[in-house]
Design a protein around this ligand. Sequence first.
Ligand SMILES: *Cc1c(COP(=O)(O)O)cnc(C)c1O
Length: 318
Amino acid sequence: MLKAEAYGLGAARAATALAQAGARVFFTATLGEALSVRQALGDGPQILVLNGPSENDVALFTPARIAPVLNSLAQIKLWDGRGPAALHIDTGMNRLGIGPEELAQAASLLKGSSLVSVMSHLACGGDLGHAFNETQRVRFVDAASLFPNAPLSLAATAGALMGPSFHFDLIRPGIGLYGSGGLDAGNPTLAAAAKIEAPILQVRDAAAGETFGYGAAFTAPRPMRTATVAIGYADGFLRALGQRGYGFFAGAKRPILGRISMDLTIVDVTGCAEAQPGAMVEFLGPNAPLDEVAQLAGTAPYEILTTFAGTVRRGGAA
Ligand SMILES: *Cc1c(COP(=O)(O)O)cnc(C)c1O
C-alpha cells in the first residue's frame, strides 16, 4: 500500500524497496501517485488506483498499464472494460464500493471483463476481537461468489494479523510496512521504517522557577539544563506532543518542556553532558516508536507519519 505517498515515506523510494523485497502488487490512492510508482518500478508489477477513474483521467490508465479499482456502478460504466480492473465491494465500511443492492447489476456489467481482484475493507480491523470483522468477512465471501474467478482481497495490516481466514489471495498491508501493527491497542513491535531527528540549537541552564516557551506553560521545579531543538509543528511535529512527548538523546527519553513552537521544541537535558549545539535528537524512530508517539499525541500512527510528510525540510529536521 503506497497511498499518501507511501504513508509519507515517498512512493518511489518505498515502491523500489518493496519491489526488491518481493512485492508484486501495489495500490495507490490517486493516478498521479500510480504514475510515479510505474516510473520507479518499470514494467512488471501490477499497480492499482484505489480511488478509481474519473471523467478527467480515465484515458490515462491503460497507456501506463495502471488498473483502477472500480468503486461504484458509475465507475464501472465509465471504465467500460478498457482493461484489467479491480472491483471494490462495500461490506459495511460505507465509504467506497458496490453496495449489496448493486451487486447483481455490477456482475452483469462486468461479465466478460478481466477482474484482477475483488476486494473489500474492514471497518474495525484495529480491534482484532471486534464482531464486525467476521460479519464483513461473511458478507465478502457471499458477495464474491458472483465473481467466481477473481482473486480475493480483504485484509489490510490488522486483517493480516487475524489469521488465514482473512487472508484470501492477496493481503494489502500499509502501516505494517511502515512500523506499526495498525491495532488500536497492543501492537506487535515492528521495525521502525522512518526516523525523524533534529539538531540542538542551544543549551541553557535555568534556575528553579524559570518558565519555558509560549504561555510559560512549564515551570522548572529545580535548576535544569534544557536544549532548544530545531523541530516544530511546521515540520509536522504535532503540537499535541507539548508537555507529553519526548526526544530520545544520549541513551534516554528527554521530556518535552512546555509548548511546541512552530520551528522549535525545548527538551529536558538535565545532567546530560553530551547535549551540545549540533547534536541530533530523535523524535521518531527505533528509540521513539511510532505507536508510542502516536499514543502520546492522542492520534493514530497513520497521522504521525503523514503529517511529517512533505513538511520536513532539508537542513532542518531530517
Ligand atoms: C489504507 C488501506 C489499506 C492499508 O491499511 P493499513 O491499515 O495501513 O494496513 C488497505 N486497503 C485499503 C482499501 C485502504 O484504504
